[in-house]
Design a protein around this ligand. Structure first.
Ligand code: PLP
Length: 376
């Protein structure tokens, strides 16, 4: 057993999905994005818990991510969000994925692969309504829908788009997203008017789910909300999700730093008064970010203890203060939480703020060296 572990609170994940369900009502399907090993939480376990909570579909970034789910016996529909390279198409077809398609060349390559394997691939037309990433132009969506619907080896499973600023409450961002929704509504009407069933229409990421009720259509794709964070700080969101991942470690050693003594590489921190420094067997090689050097806060003994000096590859030092009154009551081998769901504990979003990044990157970066432990 390793001291440093990521505890995955699956009960929180299920409650977050149930809260999404209450917010969006019974209409839309819930598709949980489980790309990047479910934002670092462990895709197979996340899928199983999400199915229990009422999610019906999942989304990945590559065929290899889907292969892991299929190998674990998961048969639920899986969207392939990124454009596959030709070498990935055989797997995408054999795994029964639903790829997003954005142009005729790719749609035809997918169709040929499916026919060669005696299969029919479910394609979802991806329309770029303002994300500027992948997608066809809105004016090309109808002809692409015609092509997909009329090509052997393909079935039109859906029409979708993605939002760049749905998490923002700034008036310009709200208007931009509503404009994207208008575009989707119009092109879906055109597809239906041409006698083509568009399949499931989907657009909403976490921001769409929270702030744009018209974006929910037939399915929503909230990621970060399921993993327990708001996509953007908001003091009064429709609901507060509960963080799912907790990064935990144990105290390896406690030493007293005397005045004038320094801690870690670069000697960036010097003790003023005598204080107890605890070393923790966790570092940037686990994904505990080095930008927290001299800034991070760890939750131990019911208090926050500051990180002292530089975070190393495998070790981090925190300050427990003086023994007794005023210090943190902690002993060797005690548990320390670096971030997680507890009251008082820093969240992955608090950590992200210190590094100018987002909670998504913090949980994704907790890597393979850190065993995941699943709790209900
Ligand atoms: C990752 C992703 C999502 C989920 O976004 P969140 O901000 O985590 O809710 C939804 N749709 C697409 C296409 C994505 O790539």
């Amino acid at each position: 057993m390793r001291a440093t572990r990521a505890i995955i609170h699956l009960g929180n994940l299920r409650r977050n999905i149930e809260a999404v369900r209450r917010l969006v009502g019974t209409g839309p399907e819930i598709c949980v994005p489980v790309k990047a090993d479910a934002y670092g939480h462990g895709a197979v376990e996340v899928v199983r818990a999400s199915l229990e909570a009422g999610a019906t579909r999942f989304a990945v970034a590559s065929a290899s991510e889907a292969a892991e789910l299929r190998a674990a016996g998961i048969s639920a529909p899986i969207l392939l969000l990124s454009i596959a390279i030709p070498e990935e198409l055989p797997d995408a077809v054999e795994l029964g994925l639903a790829p997003l398609v954005a142009d005729a060349e790719y749609a035809l390559a997918l169709a040929a692969e499916a026919r060669a394997r005696g299969r029919v691939a479910e394609a979802h037309i991806k329309v770029d309504t303002g994300m500027g990433r992948i997608g066809c132009r809105p004016e090309d969506a109808l002809s692409l829908a015609r092509l997909v619907a009329g090509t052997r080896g393909l079935r039109l499973g859906g029409v979708c788009t993605h939002f760049p600023v749905a998490d923002s409450l700034k008036p310009g961002a709200l208007a931009f997203t509503e404009g994207q929704i208008d575009i989707v509504e119009a092109l879906v009407r055109d597809i239906e008017a041409a006698g083509i069933d568009p399949g499931v229409v989907h657009a909403a990421n976490s921001g769409g789910v929270l702030y744009h009720p018209r974006s929910r259509f037939g399915m929503v794709r909230p990621g970060i909300l399921c993993y327990g964070y708001l996509p953007e700080r908001d003091p009064s969101p429709p609901f507060f999700p509960e963080p799912v991942m907790e990064l935990e470690t144990r105290i390896a050693q406690i030493r007293v730093a005397e005045p004038g003594e320094t801690v870690s590489y670069g000697r960036t921190w010097t003790a003023g008064l005598p204080t107890r420094i605890a070393s923790l067997p966790v570092g940037y090689a686990d994904g505990y970010p080095r930008y927290l050097s001299g800034k991070g806060l760890a939750w131990v003994g019911g208090k926050l203890a500051p990180v002292r000096g530089r975070i190393c590859m495998d070790q981090t030092m925190i300050d427990l203060g003086p023994a007794g009154e005023g210090g943190v009551a902690a002993q060797r081998y005690d548990r320390v939480s670096l971030f997680g769901p507890g009251p008082g504990m820093p969240g992955a979003d608090d950590i992200a703020d210190m590094g100018g990044t987002i909670a998504y990157e913090v949980t994704c970066d907790i890597n393979k060296r850190v065993p995941r432990v699943y709790l209900d």
